[in-house]
Design a protein around this ligand. Structure first.
Ligand code: C5P
Length: 293
């Protein structure tokens, strides 16, 4: 038995550089692991099966966990099985990368369960074929993503950040937001390309998401009104997150914002790469408590 945690992310910035011939968009983004997790448990079995608690997500091949498992099984050159159980906490359609995090955790977990011994570099192309931001979840911490978002450059950990996630009572579909971006006004001029420390604090998908969901700006202003230093959409939404000066301020704001316009408010914090690695690494044993800090 193997148990591990799959961590959500926020995009601290996301610049869309243009549309590519293959329909994807060239982006330059800063990913950041946050302390919000799904739990994945993997047991040896002949057949490959998935069960899910805490969500009505499909348990068939539409699920990224099963897609990741099949892709790794193929990469390992065999028809392998495992019994996978996912406990969902990361909201779906929220721009927090929950499905991608689960897929990456599946790759890390099965790599251990099946004793494949693949390195992160060897898992990377398998991850990238599943979805544009799956590769990031093999690295954790803070990282720059370019290309479709699948080219990952791990970055040094910034100082810990305190955040409030405001989760509107609706999700957003990434392809729809990119389509709205194409249909909308031309984006701001591109920033000069350079090292990621020069990345602007912006999310180019925000305007498009706000055209689809005109209620989003009010979530942003609510965070600022409750003390956020800044507030941004994460990925293609629907989560809007605010940065706070301390955990104490973040917790107070989350308590005040909970339930506002049907939204959930969660205080959380960023995770360093070392902390992520410790908690996201497959821990073998019979007691799932063994992987908890
Ligand atoms: O790669 P993934 O399956 O996560 O992407 C979902 C959809 O989001 C793509 O089909 C595409 O419409 C859009 N997308 C994009 N540019 C990216 C990433 C995603 O246009 N860099």
């Amino acid at each position: 038995m193997i148990a591990l945690e799959a961590f959500a992310k926020v995009n601290r910035s996301l610049v869309v550089l243009g549309r590519r011939p293959d329909g994807y968009h060239e982006i330059d983004t800063l990913f950041q692991t946050i302390d919000l997790t799904d739990d994945l448990r993997l047991d040896e079995d002949e057949r490959l099966t998935l069960s899910i608690a805490g969500s009505t997500l499909p348990t068939d091949d539409r699920n990224l966990v099963l897609r990741a498992a099949r892709a790794l099984s193929e990469r390992a050159g065999g028809d392998r099985g495992a019994r996978l159980h996912l406990s969902k906490r990361i909201p779906v359609g929220a721009g927090l990368g929950g499905g991608s995090a689960d897929a990456a955790a599946t790759l890390l977990g099965l790599n251990a369960l099946w004793r494949l011994g693949l390195t992160t570099e060897e898992l990377r192309p398998v991850a990238a074929a599943i979805g544009s931001d799956v590769a990031f979840f093999l690295y954790g911490g803070r990282a720059r993503g370019t290309g479709r978002g699948e080219r990952i450059e791990p970055l040094p950990d910034p100082p810990d950040e305190s955040l409030v996630l405001l989760l509107p009572p609706f999700g957003m579909a990434t392809p729809e937001v990119y389509r709205a971006l194409e249909a909308g006004p031309a984006p701001d001029p591109l920033p000069p390309r350079g090292d990621s420390s020069a990345m602007p604090d912006r999310n180019d998908l925000e305007g498009a998401a706000e055209r689809l969901r005109p209620e989003l700006p009010s979530f942003r202003s609510a965070l600022v009104a409750h003390g956020a230093v800044s507030a941004r959409l994460s990925g293609s939404g629907s989560t809007v997150y605010g940065l706070f000066r301390s955990q104490r301020e973040a917790r107070a704001a989350a308590a005040a914002l909970e339930g506002r316009e049907g939204a959930r408010a969660l205080a959380t914090r960023t995770l360093s790469r070392a902390e992520w690695r410790r908690r996201a690494s497959p821990a073998a044993g019979n007691e799932p408590e063994a992987v908890k800090p």
